[in-house]
Design a protein around this ligand. Sequence first.
Ligand SMILES: Nc1ncnc2c1ncn2[C@@H]1O[C@H](COP(=O)(O)OP(=O)(O)OP(=O)(O)O)[C@@H](O)[C@H]1O
Length: 196
Amino acid sequence: MLSVRNLSTTVLKPASFQVEAGECVSVQGKSGSGKSVLLRALADLDPSTGEVRLNGDLREDMPAPLWRRRVTYVAAESGWWEDRVGPHFAQPDRAAALAMALGLPGEVMDWPVARLSTGERQRLALVRALVQRPEVFLLDEPTGALDTEATGRVEALLRAELARGAGVLIVTHAPEQAVRLARRHLHVADGVVTEG
Ligand SMILES: Nc1ncnc2c1ncn2[C@@H]1O[C@H](COP(=O)(O)OP(=O)(O)OP(=O)(O)O)[C@@H](O)[C@H]1O
């Protein structure tokens, strides 16, 4: 599904790997090792060289916004540009249903962004990606601010996305989460990506 050959940035050494449809691959490594750099390069958010294909289609042959809708990065700390939560979503009803599945109240769509807790923001940032139904999720510590119950809810939704054939690359500092969700594991150390 996602095929990566010699992906490289000023920080990242040439990296090659694949993520198959319905597959979750974890990305682990020390703070500052290059995990976010890897995900941002895949999403074409920062300049990179190398070959990245989605189902055979070259990233360069696609307008960047379309690529990012199909291969979607969810940052550890999300940005918000409207005063209230709802206007960030083209499909507020679907967003509200997903938010509830993540343990948030349906009224969250009416809330001001300023009142959101860190964990509420984190879950809603994931909802922003989920409503777009991307083919590949690039998730940067998506449960870093969440308690055990909310983490379980996120993982359940991710399993549903995997079951519909999405690919997931998940950065996590929790080895037990990597084992729960992924069968393949990437490790990043000083910008070098290895598998195993
Ligand atoms: N645009 C950039 N130009 C130069 N260096 C960068 C750039 N972006 C990140 N870095 C550096 O690259 C290294 C890897 O950063 P990255 O954000 O990928 O770390 P990480 O593995 O995600 O860490 P953490 O677990 O703390 O989030 C860091 O030393 C960072 O300062």
